[in-house]
Design a binder for this molecule. Structure first.
Ligand code: FAD
Length: 381
């Protein structure tokens, strides 16, 4: 029986394990490894930030995982040898017939001097909790500067969703009139997949009186002076600085030699790395497209089909197109979605649909549907 070892039980790893379990549980043995004890959806961080849910309430413990043929190990991966398909963790050693790297992206907070001491972020659970408990209650008006500190970053709409929801909270607290809100980012337009999508985000910012400062890179925070220093030398004053941290592959991926150009190189059709029988999916890969859970999930589906085809001595009958539908929160319960396809044609396509009540209902059903599919029968409904 072939041994498939999946590194990382996030969007990509969970989807892949579940796809293999559902279709070839009697032909492969799957080991799924993650350092955490549970999975949390990226968008749940906004729920934590705005006090709509606690971190415990949105974490799905991996002990609930009950998929035939899949064994979960809570261990930290310390070395990957892609040529030998050998993996070392703090709990053991694994040899894979097929290895899948789905280790996501991590944050390099220290790459922006002053950010750790003088800024806040909501891209991690701990960061969202700290901003909820310290920064937001203490804020009583002034300038909020939300800075995208580097590209690529996860979920291109998430900085803007954060801004819309922050606006709502300030309105509720009677502080919006006393607050100037600005978003500063290196991108020429908010979500530059297509001009139409970006315009939609600009319109929503404008409707709330939030300024967008394009093509400006914050490189440092002068914490004492409360100033964000731009690459040009210009400074932007703030009372509260919220940053989207610089992203990078986890250190173990960098040390493996898989990410020579910063991210893991893969064949864009099959998601195979240059190493035989080693795949990579999700945020850790170097493809010219957005990083988001829905794309990681889709990539895992293609990798699963590739693995199944290989088991049967067949060719993979389709190719990865970098497609997915991302829900967008415009605040006030308004939910829209972007339908995107990055790699299927000569240039990316993307359309904003909604907002509508039907999409709000679809979004509400997204997490429960993944929980049921990924965790199986033992997970509570
Ligand atoms: C605020 C916010 C909102 C978002 N909203 C959306 C949204 O609405 N829709 C959407 O599609 N996406 C959204 N995302 C993005 C989404 O969360 C990620 O793109 C997605 O999780 C990527 O999936 P992945 O499988 O590549 O990586 P991840 O889900 O990050 O999984 C990687 C896993 O690898 C593990 N790992 C890393 N290093 C090690 C190691 N050394 N040893 C063991 N385990 C390790 C991690 O613990 C993690 O569980 C959002 C993200 C944020 C931050």
């Amino acid at each position: 029986m072939k041994h498939v070892v999946i590194l990382g039980a996030g969007f990509g790893g969970l989807e892949l394990a579940s796809r293999l379990s559902d279709s070839v549980a009697d032909e492969v043995r799957v080991t799924l490894i993650d350092q955490n004890d549970g999975f949390t959806f990226g968008f749940s961080k906004l729920d934590i930030l705005f006090g709509r849910a606690s971190a415990d309430a949105v974490r799905i413990p991996y002990r609930e995982l009950a998929k035939p043929g899949v064994e979960f190990r809570q261990e930290r991966i310390t070395a990957i040898d892609p040529a030998a398909r050998h993996v070392t963790t703090d709990g053991g050693e694994y040899d894979a017939d097929i290895l899948v790297v789905a280790l996501g992206a991590e944050y390099d907070i220290d790459a922006t001097p002053g950010f750790a001491e003088g800024g806040f972020e909501y891209y991690s659970i701990a960061g969202a909790e700290r901003m909820r408990d310290e920064a937001l209650p203490a804020f009583s008006g002034g300038t909020i500067l939300l800075g995208v500190l580097g590209q690529p970053y996860k979920c291109p709409p998430a900085p803007f969703e954060g801004a819309y929801l922050l606006h709502d909270q300030l309105v509720e607290r009677g502080l919006r009139e006393a607050t100037e809100m600005r978003v500063v980012a290196p991108m020429s337009a908010p979500v530059p997949v297509t001009p139409e999508v970006s315009q939609r985000f600009l319109d929503e910012l404008e409707a709330r009186g939030i300024e967008y400062l394009a093509q400006k890179q914050v490189v440092e925070l002068d914490v004492a002076a409360k100033g964000a220093v731009l690459e040009s030398g210009e400074r932007l004053r703030y009372d509260l600085f919220v940053g989207i941290p610089i992203h990078r592959v986890p250190a173990v991926v960098k040390e493996s030699g898989l990410a020579e150009n910063g991210w893991v190189g893969v064949d864009r059709d099959t998601l195979l790395t240059p190493f035989p029988d080693v795949y990579a999916v999700g945020d850790c890969v170097a493809l010219p497209m957005a990083k988001a859970g829905v794309f990681a999930e889709n990539a895992a589906g293609v990798a699963a089909d590739g693995i199944i085809a290989r088991l049967r001595g067949e060719e993979l009958g389709r190719r990865y197109e970098g497609e997915g539908n991302c829900y967008l929160e415009f605040g006030g319960g308004r939910v829209a979605k972007v339908e995107a396809n990055f790699l299927g044609g000569p240039s990316p396509t993307a359309t904003v649909v909604g907002p509508s009540e039907a999409l709000a209902a679809d979004k509400a059903a997204f997490a429960p549907s993944r929980r049921a599919r990924w965790f199986g029968d033992a997970s509570p409904s």
